[in-house]
Design a protein around this ligand. Structure first.
Ligand code: SAH
Length: 409
């Protein structure tokens, strides 16, 4: 195996289990005999050593500012059943937390660094796991990962790979970035295989991982949706940025008087309508609208409409550090628009999934929004990502979802 030797003192963060080695920390690279090229191949396993020869761990080599993502600390090679061991540990956490049930077969199985598998995301939908690689290393090992998932998770019979949007775009990638890695025999080649149903807390969702966003569904709002259900009885609810209508379905089950779902994507609106029709075939109190959120809120305000409960779950406004300022302005604007339209005594669920915007900055943006429209606001809950999206304490970068539940006078 190729050995990466660090500069003096650059081993400190690895000793604290932070899983990244930055390229600037590397003193030299000792290629193993099998290499013809002058550098390691992207995605291969490398061993990392400190300047004085101490073994620090094994990880995936990558071209870029993060040069190695460590898979195991303190070893010079990985055990033969490494993937199975790691996936089993991740599954056991989900099972022991009560997330794997008959009425809940939707969960995140692997959350990257949060499961000591940097660069890997796996979401499970009923009998199918959808795998996303964010590093070339995970791409290279995708077959072994798929095999481990099927061996470990009893409900999974199929593994779909969906990494066209997540792999580093400059990398020279060999092999397909999307497609079936494992396919259970019960599906015929001609079946409409992008239309599967998956159950979250007893509600059934159509998951379209082929054409849908991310892995097909936002698993990360499960607990927050359940909280909306608790507050929905008798309320007129507006679910902005609804995507598959997760919050809308929980609000309907919670006894909302009326639910309006809004998303700019027609595909999302088709999914919401399909999901509502499937779970509440008799419901007459749900409307889905294809519209831009800002325009929709302005039009509704001009029409004099108000709501008892609004959910704002926009896409990440800041995808990079440099976009944070604009993102905060975006959060402030959209929250001000929503707060204005909430009846006295109403509730706002407001979220940010931008990793680059921390919870203090987000809260400040919401504070500015409240102040700008002159409403008295109290925080009832501070929300975050759920337990199947664990945050590795040594890798705080894994914290991304934050939300506030506000009581608006
Ligand atoms: N709340 C959803 C997830 C939201 S993801 C859930 O629980 O699953 C963000 C959604 O915002 C996407 O579906 C995207 O289509 C939509 N979106 C993006 N820009 C928008 C805009 N300007 N107006 C309305 N919707 C928008």
């Amino acid at each position: 195996m190729t050995t990466i030797i660090l500069k003096p003192h650059k081993e400190e963060s690895l000793k604290r289990f932070h899983p990244w080695v930055f390229s600037g920390a590397i003193a030299r690279i000792v290629l193993d005999a099998a290499h013809k090229a002058a550098a390691p191949e992207e995605g291969e396993l490398v061993c990392v050593e400190s300047a004085n020869g101490e073994t620090l761990g094994v990880g995936h080599w990558q071209v870029g500012s993060i040069a190695v993502r460590i898979l195991e600390f303190g070893v010079a090679e990985l055990p033969a059943d490494f993937w199975e061991q790691r996936v089993r540990a991740a599954y056991q956490v989900r099972a022991s937390l009560g997330l794997v049930r008959k009425d809940n077969d939707t969960f995140r199985l692997v959350h990257g660094e949060g499961d000591w598998l940097p660069g890997l995301i796996v979401d499970v939908y009923a009998d199918t796991a959808v795998v996303q690689a964010h590093s070339v290393g995970m791409h290279v090992f995708r077959a072994a990962i798929a095999e481990a998932i099927v061996a470990v998770v009893p409900q999974v019979k199929n593994v779909y790979y969906k990494s066209d949007d997540t792999l580093p775009f400059k990398a020279a990638i060999e092999g397909e970035k999307t497609g079936w890695l494992v396919r259970g025999s019960e599906y015929s080649e001609n079946s409409e295989d992008s239309e599967f149903w998956s159950t979250e807390n007893g509600l059934e969702f159509r998951i379209d991982w082929l054409k849908g966003q991310k892995t097909g569904f936002f698993v990360d709002q499960r607990e927050n949706r359940a909280l909306v259900e608790r507050y929905a009885a008798g309320k007129e609810v507006l679910n902005m940025f609804c995507y598959t209508g997760g919050f809308s379905l929980y609000a309907l089950r919670g006894g909302a008087k009326r639910v309006d779902s809004v998303d700019v994507s027609q595909k999302a609106i088709d999914l919401v309508n399909a999901n509502v029709a499937h779970n509440f075939p008799k419901a007459k109190n749900h409307t889905a609208v294809t519209a831009d959120a800002f325009e929709y809120l302005t039009a509704q305000k001009n029409a004099g409409r108000t709501f008892d409960l609004i959910i704002l779950d926009p896409p990440a406004f800041a995808k990079h550090r440099d976009a944070v300022k604009n993102a905060l302005r975006g959060y402030q604007r959209i929250n001000a628009k929503a707060i204005e339209m909430i009846r006295p005594g109403g509730i706002l669920f407001t979220f940010s999934c931008s990793q680059a915007v921390d919870k203090e900055a987000f809260r400040l943006a919401v504070f500015s929004a409240a102040a700008s429209v002159g409403r008295k606001v109290r925080i009832l809950h501070q929300l975050h990502q759920p337990q199947d999206h664990p945050i590795n304490i040594y890798h705080p970068e894994g914290e991304y979802l934050k939300g506030l539940v506000l009581y608006i006078e």
